[in-house]
Design a protein around this ligand. Structure first.
Ligand code: ZN
Length: 159
């Protein structure tokens, strides 16, 4: 038996997804990053909130973690026409051992996570060559966009 305990009216029409977002479930950054997403016009998103966020693409604990996330993104693309992915990493992330793993050095952490975001983007482009990728590092003071280099041309195409 199901007992109705709350009422609301949800929109029934399907939506076009502005961006699939791979971010960490760390609640400290939920409000700030949500405000930022609104600021850049992301209204209908498909959030993939998992410990470590983009770590699962860049340096997954298990290869199956990456496969799982890629499959989720594939479904977002298929179901909601998603053309853009937003990758998020943040300071003091438990999945990376926190800021302590970088001896408390915020600059070292930021540099490491910038490289991780690039690796995550490459993993995405390998699976979805045409997807637009935006990558952000979030700390306790704000959101920092990480410049990405698009994946190198296939080896056979380089001279
Ligand atoms: Zn985290």
């Amino acid at each position: 038996m199901l007992t109705k305990v709350f009422h609301f009216d949800a929109p029934r029409e399907k939506y076009h997804c502005d961006a699939v977002i791979v971010w960490c479930f760390d609640n400290r950054f939920q409000l700030g990053f949500s405000k930022f997403l609104k600021r850049i016009g992301v209204v209908n998103s498909d959030p993939i909130k998992i410990a470590g966020g983009a770590k699962s693409l860049a340096s997954p604990d298990h290869a199956t973690d990456r496969e799982f996330v890629l499959e989720q993104i594939r479904k977002s693309i298929r179901l909601h026409g998603t053309k853009r992915a937003i990758l998020m990493l943040h300071s003091d992330c438990g999945a990376y051992g926190g800021l302590a793993a970088f001896r408390g050095e915020a600059k070292a952490e930021a540099a490491h996570h910038r490289a991780e975001l690039q690796r995550a983007a490459v993993a995405l482009w390998e699976a979805f060559p045409d997807i637009e990728v935006l990558a952000y590092f979030v700390d306790f003071e704000g959101v920092w966009q990480s410049e990405l280099t698009h994946r190198p041309a296939p080896a056979e195409a380089t001279v």
